[in-house]
Write a protein that binds this ligand. Structure first.
Ligand SMILES: Cc1cc2nc3c(=O)[nH]c(=O)nc-3n(C[C@H](O)[C@H](O)[C@H](O)COP(=O)(O)OP(=O)(O)OC[C@H]3O[C@@H](n4cnc5c(N)ncnc54)[C@H](O)[C@@H]3O)c2cc1C
Length: 467
């Protein structure tokens, strides 16, 4: 059923962005009621979806929303895993996919300036053509966008050596909740002129301001890389290997874990030559100057062998490297084939607690009869249980809810946190009071009130209640 375009909100939005940049039919609006979180509530839908083309339009939309107390939800590719851009209280969704220009790649100053709708992989390819490198690489980088990456401070396998999105944002252009446009920081490589406003917006999930442009740090592209997969029969050996590599002062560009279930599941749906009778495998990548890699490579192989690695598969060609990477990136898709739904969790603990965390997750999932494939960025202590289930089944849904709470309790008991890179959104907001001390939480809420006194920016995210 089509809504008519006669209502006031539609007319105002068309005035700002033009009819071709507005979606209003029931069907179109419905597709914006979900993200990659498996949540869809037919009662929680946007009133309208608007494609913004520039900052002036964003400012006008927000001014109108502010005057009329209408929620604003920024949306990039909508692939987040925590319900971070769901229209919980209706409102205007600003879709940034048409603001997707790479404005400048500045090789002299090692930065680029981009709009929020640029797809992460497109940016990586564009800078690599100039021998530059943008490392943050969420596994779905073929679709996820820079605006969403900044909104969640996304990470990925290369975070271990290079850091996550937050470490690459130099400055931002932001539209505030009353439509004011501000610029945080400058393009200088050093700048302590006042507060560091940039970092306040990174990871703020569109709750403090809407980003319309970002200046992003680039680094020289590493000359060469080497990739290997080392298999282990125990988690203890796996974890000790990681610690030994690090304490030998080697910093791999990637050190990721796949557990036994992940190996089996990938292999059954995307046969890639993975061994399926091992407890765990480490995907290790090193990069840098070609001349420095051989020594590191040999050292890593020795460390794996000393820690009882039962098999080490080394990639000898680009094709073999690619094959290992495709297998690793298939873990989510393969798990999704086990059941109608897959939910990816994202807890983080200090690295020395990783064995307790992984074993604890296996126990919780066994207790609640949930199929889980555990993988993640073991070097960062950041683990993703991919849980396959049928959310239409009331019992499974109930079991999952209990398991999720126990998972968060486990992470906190191991000095960990609720999220390493996927954010809080509305999925984990029910637990944030337990994860932060009351004073810190109170000051976070005060910050939200200063930037968004009418609570129009992405309401009911991070904090459960309307602030
Ligand atoms: C298969 C799969 C694999 C993934 N792998 C990883 C991974 O390896 N590492 C990782 O960190 N994450 C991963 N993710 C989750 C990750 O959070 C997202 O994929 C990605 O970073 C979000 O980008 P997006 O463009 O979809 O953002 P969206 O989901 O559209 O938005 C994310 C948040 O940013 C806000 N936002 C969007 N645009 C703006 C803007 N212009 N201004 C202000 N706020 C804005 C939104 O309101 C929302 O709160 C994965 C997800 C999937 C489905």
């Amino acid at each position: 059923m089509l809504k008519t375009l006669t209502n006031k909100l539609s007319q105002e939005m068309i005035k700002i962005v033009g009819k071709e940049n507005v979606l209003y039919s029931e069907e179109e609006i419905y597709t914006y009621s979900t993200d990659s979180t498996n949540i869809i509530n037919p009662n929680e839908k946007a009133d309208i979806v608007v494609f913004a083309l520039n900052k002036e339009q964003v400012s006008k939309i927000i001014k109108y929303a502010n005057a009329n107390l209408i929620p604003i939800i920024a949306r990039a590719a909508g692939t987040n895993l925590c319900g971070a851009c769901l229209p919980k209280s209706g409102g205007i969704i600003i879709d940034f996919s048409r603001m997707n220009r790479i404005i400048e790649i500045n090789k002299d100053n090692l930065y680029c300036i981009v709009e929020p709708g640029v797809v992460v992989e497109d940016l990586q390819k564009a800078v690599e053509e100039q021998d530059l490198f943008y490392p943050p690489d969420p596994s779905n980088l073929k679709v996820s966008m820079i605006g969403g990456s900044i909104g969640l401070s996304s990470g990925g396998p290369h975070t271990f050596k290079y850091g996550s999105t937050k470490d690459f944002i130099i400055n931002l252009e932001v539209v505030l909740s009353d439509g004011t446009i501000i610029h945080t920081g400058s393009s200088c490589s050093k700048d302590v002129t006042g507060y560091n406003m940039t970092q306040l917006f990174v990871g703020s999930e569109g709750t403090l301001g809407i980003i319309t442009q970002a200046t992003i740090r680039l680094i020289p592209k590493p000359e060469a890389k080497r990739v290997m997969l080392a298999y282990f029969d125990t988690l203890e050996d796996t974890s000790r290997t990681v610690n030994d590599i690090i304490s030998n002062l080697i910093t791999p560009s990637v050190i990721d874990l796949m557990d036994k279930n992940t190996l089996k599941t990938i292999e059954s749906f995307y046969p890639s030559g993975l061994l399926t009778d091992k407890t765990a495998a480490l995907l290790i990548e090193i990069d840098g100057f070609k001349s420095a890699l051989d020594e590191q490579y040999e050292k890593i192989i020795n460390i794996c062998t000393q820690n009882n690695s039962s098999y080490i598969q080394t990639a000898k060609t680009k094709e073999e490297e690619e094959k290992i990477w495709i297998a690793r990136r298939s873990s989510f898709g393969a798990t999704a084939k086990l059941a109608p739904n897959v939910v990816t969790e994202d807890v983080v603990v200090p690295r020395n607690n990783i064995v307790k965390l992984v074993k604890g997750i296996w126990e919780i999932c066994n207790k609640y009869e949930l199929k889980t494939c555990i993988m993640g960025h073991i070097g960062d202590g950041n683990i993703h249980p991919n849980i396959a289930l049928d959310l239409r089944n009331t019992q499974e849904k109930e079991n999952f809810k209990k398991a999720k709470t126990e998972l968060f309790e486990l992470a906190l008991s191991l000095n960990g946190r609720l999220s390493g890179e996927h954010g809080i959104g509305c999925e984990k907001s029910y637990f944030i009071n337990k994860a932060l001390d009351p004073n810190t939480l109170e000051y976070m809420k005060k910050i939200k009130k200063i930037f968004d006194p009418k609570n129009i920016l992405n309401p009911k995210k991070i904090f459960q209640e309307n602030l």
